[in-house]
Structures are given as structure tokens and as C-alpha cells.
Design a protein around this ligand. Structure first.
Ligand code: AMP
Length: 584
């Protein structure tokens, strides 16, 4: 089918779904509850065949992952009866675990693949209207992570791996006219360093056909081009001689790459020349991939900090943020591709799940448990509102009910309602709710931390240096407790500048609880610990070793003792540290 025509059909369907968002939500809930009425979990709540939202919200409680864990474990252990879903779950998703430190199990089924494709098709249709793709290829930094079988014989892997392995994924990519330029052996290779090298090599071989450069998260795209800076000469030499570098040792990758790599000295010279002509790799993507229409990946939330570097590499190529979802399921599509990435909103698709929203004002943000949101601290039990009842300008935590056995599940993400697309809300991602720096009465979220780092990073920018990555930790080993910020910096900064950065970080946390606690010394001076180069690479390697997929990686922004291995990597790699003198 002509792709323009197909896109218009997808848009038409989306418009109809969103115009009737309220009705579609009621029907979706009904469908989910009917399909899964026989499951042990739903039976427990005595719905007795009543599938309306009122009965649902009065009978079934709002839960966190911890509450569902015993049920998910039963499934993973091979329970023979329906536990969370009517139809047996055969695959388990391993969430990346980079936000909370430990991977979680989440049920996965074909419906989630289908909703993933619906999200992909929807945002593509809107993107394609503005920036049409014409029979090209994509340089996609995507990786299948390790899969294993659970005790009960279920296949377990990351959400993206489950998707990439599905037949629908390839079909959808072909329909979008941007199949991945790398062979499957590269995507599913067992060593991500080797896969990344080969993705870059394929990108160069097909450089004129590349119309899209993408990954799930922006971090992975930046990481890939940082690697390019280190290996470009080796890549050129491989192309010149038609011989793959000896460091690629996986036989299946070598065989697959042998089919695309032939000696091409002209191409090697051309790329070599282009690279040499760049100043500090500025505009690398535009220069090397002249037909690239856009760079695509999630760019909001914790990914915003990589945008500066990505723009630097991109040159004239535009950046478009990908959609909003999680291992637990998708939420919304970016249907306004003209927006700059920082201002991207996500329109919720009302037929991919049943969505509720916990008003944030009513949630006690002082919950101390960093791992799980906790209702017991709430003065008033917050009442979630339905998808079409949210208010513009308000912030909420997302609660999802999906087709794979999650019922009224708190996702832990904070979103802000920016407007409506027909009757469905357009959400802006704010932050992870449970990532919080708190010692006393202070409450600083992931967003507060990001703003503080951005303010201090400006002092480094004046020295032509940048923060490669960052994380934080609450140190309560000594009295009073204090915040520790870990930074990896792109080069050597002077002590004077780093001291100023440390002071700036401390004073940029403007939360009244923090400021007053600092003034009365109930919280000690903030500490900036500067890490050796490559520390965040070690953290990434650690997560990939645990089974996380590189393209789903998100640097943990707050490291708690639960995550002792990461804390140890950080502490073992401190090159210098500074103590704030703000507040005397
Ligand atoms: P995971 O399931 O571990 O791969 O991560 C899912 C989480 O990534 C979500 O719960 C969000 O916190 C974050 N995330 C996903 N999509 C977006 C987006 N478009 N913008 C910001 N953060 C996102």
C-alpha cells in the first residue's frame, strides 16, 4: 500500500479513537476485564461480571509492583492456572532496572506487541506527514539483550528484545520504509561493544541511504557517536580493505558482516576526509549521513541532558522525540513532530490500556521509601481520576491497567497535562516520582536534580567542558547527612571551576525544605565528586551484564544502598571531590 495513503488511514483511526476517548476507555476496560475474568487476581476482588469503571475502581485497589510481585513470580515459576490473565503468559519482560537499581519482572503477551506497533504506526504517520521518508534505511542502535528461561520455563528478556524478535516489528519497519541497515546477527549479537561497532560500520556503508538515525533513548545515540569518535579510523580502514576488524570475534556477526563489507577505498577516503574536516565533531551526522531526515529517540525526562551533545553531533539534522512507554506498556504517541524535543507531548491512545491519574498534589511527596511509593504517609488517600477527567496544568502519577495482567498499577512516573488532542490528554513527561533526594524535610525530585546540574554545568561550558553524565546519592553515613553529586566531565577542569560548580549545585536546590535544613545545618554541605573518565561506561557495562539492553539504558539518577554495586563503582572511581561552602 502507498505509504502516504496508509499514514492517512492511521491518522483517521487515531482521530476517531481520541474523539471518543471516554467511550473507548470504557470499552477497553470492559474488554480487559472480560478476557481476564477467570484470573486468580481478578476473582479475588469479586467483580461478579461487572466491568464498569465505577465498580472497577471501588473493588480493585491501586497497587505497586511490590503488590503484584508474588503473582508475577507464580507465573514465572510456571503456575498452571490463570494468575493475572485468562490466557497463559508465556513471556516475561525484564524491566531495565536502571531507575530503581534492580530489574523487575513484568508479564508480556502478544497484545503488548500489538499496542507497540500501534504506537509506532501512529507517531510515524504524523511524522511522515511533516518529514516524509522515501524508501530509505535506518541506522538504528538497537540491541537484543540476553534472554533466559525462568524456573517455570517462560522466556524472559527486556521489552525491546521481545519487540525486536517479533515478526510484526520487521513488518512495521518495512512499512515505514526504514528497515534497519544492520543484519539481525548484529542486533542480536551477544556482545554489545561488537554490535555497536558493526552498527556504525553498516551505517557508513549505507550512508547515502540512511534517512533516519534512531534508538529507544537519546542516551544510546550519543553513546554511539562518542564511540564513533574513538573508532572512526578503524571503521575507515575496514571499509578500505573490505576486512572486518579482528576485534569482532563473534562468528555469526563476522559471517553476516562479510556479506555487506566489500573493499571500497573511495568510500573510505570520502568518510576520512569528511571526518577530518569537522571541528570537534560538530555536525558529524549531517556531514556523514547527508540524506538523514531526522534523529529519533526518546529525548524527554532524564534524556534531556543529552540533547546538547546530540545537537552538536546532528548539525542541521532535526531531532524528534519518540513516544512514551515503559516495560509495563505504552502510554502515548508524539503526534506533534514539529515541537522541539524539550517540549514534546504525548497523546494517550485510549484503546491500548485503561488509564487513571493520581493527582500529585494529594500525594505526600515526603514518602521516605525510595523503592516504592507509599500511601501510608498520605493525609488523604489520593483518588485517581479517569483519562478524560484530568485538568490542564495539573501533574499526576500514571496508573495503568493493561492487557497483560496489570490492574491499577502505579507506574511511578509524573506527567503534566499540557492540553488535549480531541478528548485525550497530551502529557508532558516530568520525572520519575520515586527518585528523590531527601534527608530531612527536603524533597528534591529527578527534575530538581537535573535543573541543579544544568545550572552548574553552565560554569563548565564557559571552559568548553561538559558533564558527560551524572548521578546522585544521599550520604547519611555521617551526621548530618548530605547530598553527593557524581559527575563525569569531558576533560580536565580546574579546581577553581569545580569548586564553583559544587557551590552552584548546592544553591540551585531551591526547595524550601532543603534551603532551611542547610541553613540550620540539619543537612551538611553538598559534595561534588568528580569521576574518572569511563566510569559511566563501567556502570552501563554492569547493567548490560545483568541482562539490560543497551538501548533501554537510563543512567540511574539517584543511587541508593540497595544498588551497592553501582555505588561501589562510583566510589572506586572518584578522582577529586569538593565540599560546598554555600551557606557558610
Ligand atoms: P523501562 O521500562 O525500564 O525501559 O523504562 C520505562 C521508563 O522510561 C518510563 O517509566 C519512564 O520513566 C521512562 N520513559 C519512557 N518513555 C519516556 C519518554 N518519552 N520521556 C521520558 N521518559 C520516558
Amino acid at each position: 500500500m502507498d505509504s502516504r495513503f496508509a499514514s492517512e488511514k492511521v491518522i483517521e483511526e487515531f482521530e476517531s479513537l481520541t474523539k471518543n476517548a471516554k467511550r473507548v476507555q470504557i470499552e477497553t476496560l470492559q474488554k480487559i476485564l472480560k478476557e481476564n475474568g477467570e484470573a486468580e487476581y481478578l476473582k479475588k476482588w469479586n467483580l461478579d461480571g461487572r466491568f464498569d469503571p465505577q465498580t472497577y475502581s471501588s473493588c480493585v485497589p491501586v497497587v505497586t509492583h511490590k503488590d503484584l510481585e508474588p503473582y508475577i513470580q507464580k507465573i514465572a515459576d510456571g503456575a498452571s492456572h490463570p494468575v493475572l490473565t485468562g490466557k497463559a503468559i508465556t513471556t516475561i519482560t525484564l524491566s531495565s532496572g536502571t531507575t530503581q537499581g534492580k530489574p523487575k519482572f513484568v508479564p508480556y503477551n502478544d497484545e503488548l506487541t500489538e499496542t507497540t506497533m500501534q504506537i509506532y504506526r501512529t507517531s510515524f504517520a504524523f511524522r511522515n506527514r511533516e518529514f516524509p521518508i522515501d524508501n530509505g534505511k535506518a541506522l538504528s542502535f538497537i540491541y537484543g539483550s540476553k534472554q533466559f528461561t525462568t524456573k517455570g520455563g517462560l522466556l524472559a528478556g527486556t521489552a525491546t528484545t521481545n519487540v525486536y524478535r517479533s515478526a510484526q516489528f520487521k513488518k512495521t519497519m518495512r512499512a515505514m520504509q526504514t528497515p534497519c541497515c544492520s543484519p539481525d546477527e548484529v542486533i542480536f549479537g551477544p556482545d554489545f561493544h561488537q554490535s555497536l561497532y558493526c552498527h556504525l560500520l553498516c551505517g557508513l556503508i549505507f550512508h547515502e541511504e540512511i534517512q533516519v538515525i534512531s534508538s529507544t533513548f537519546a542516551h544510546s545515540i550519543v553513546h554511539s557517536f562518542r564511540t564513533f569518535e574513538l573508532v572512526w579510523e578503524e571503521l575507515c580502514s575496514d571499509i578500505r580493505n573490505g576486512v572486518l576488524s579482528a576485534k569482532i570475534t563473534v562468528p555469526s556477526i563476522r559471517t553476516a558482516m562479510g556479506k555487506v563489507l566489500t573493499p571500497n577505498p573511495e568510500l573510505a577516503d570520502k568518510i576520512h576526509r569528511k571526518c577530518l574536516g569537522l571541528t570537534d565533531w560538530n555536525g558529524l551526522i549531517h556531514e556523514v549521513f547527508p540524506n538523514c531526515k531526522y534523529i529519533y529517540g526518546i529525548m524527554t525526562g532524564s534524556m534531556e541532558m543529552y540533547l546538547k551533545k546530540l545537537r552538536h553531533y546532528a548539525g542541521k539534522v532535526r531531532l524528534l522525540s519518540a513516544d512514551y512507554g515503559s516495560s509495563e506498556g505504552w502510554i502515548g504517541a508524539n503526534v506533534n513532530p514539529n515541537m522541539p524535543p524539550e517540549r514534546t507531548t504525548y497523546a494517550v491512545l485510549p484503546n491500548i490500556g485503561y488509564f487513571e491519574f493520581l493527582p500529585l498534589r494529594e500525594i505526600d511527596m515526603a514518602s521516605r521509601d525510595q523503592d516504592e511509593p507509599d500511601f501510608t504517609f498520605c493525609p488523604v488517600e489520593p483518588k485517581p481520576v479517569g483519562l478524560t477527567d484530568v485538568q490542564i496544568g495539573e501533574e499526576y502519577e500514571v496508573v495503568i491497567t493493561n492487557f497483560a495482567g496489570l490492574y491499577r498499577y502505579r507506574l511511578g512516573d509524573v506527567v503534566k497535562v499540557i492540553g488535549f488532542h480531541n478528548a485525550t490528554p497530551e502529557l508532558q513527561f516530568v520525572c520519575r516520582r520515586n527518585l528523590m533526594l531527601t534527608i530531612n524535610i527536603d524533597k528534591n525530585t529527578e527534575k530538581d536534580l537535573q535543573l541543579s546540574v544544568e545550572a552548574a554545568a553552565k560554569l563548565l561550558a564557559a571552559e568548553k567542558l561538559e558533564v558527560v553524565d551524572f548521578t546522585s546519592h544521599v550520604d547519611i553515613a555521617s551526621e548530618p547527612g548530605h547530598y553527593v553529586i557524581f559527575w563525569e566531565v569531558s576533560g580536565e577542569a580546574s579546581d577553581k571551576v569545580l569548586k564553583e560548580c559544587c557551590n552552584c549545585l548546592d544553591k540551585s536546590f531551591v526547595d524550601a525544605g532543603y534551603v532551611s535544613s542547610r541553613k540550620v545545618k540539619a543537612i551538611g554541605p553538598l559534595e561534588l565528586r568528580v569521576l574518572r573518565r569511563g566510569t559511566f561506561q563501567k556502570i552501563l557495562d554492569h547493567y548490560v551484564g545483568l541482562g539490560s539492553a543497551l538501548n533501554q539504558f537510563k543512567t540511574p539518577r539517584c543511587v541508593t544502598p540497595v544498588n551497592h554495586r553501582v555505588l561501589q563503582i562510583l566510589c572506586d572511581n572518584v578522582a577529586k571531590s569538593y565540599i560546598s561552602t554555600t551557606f557558610g
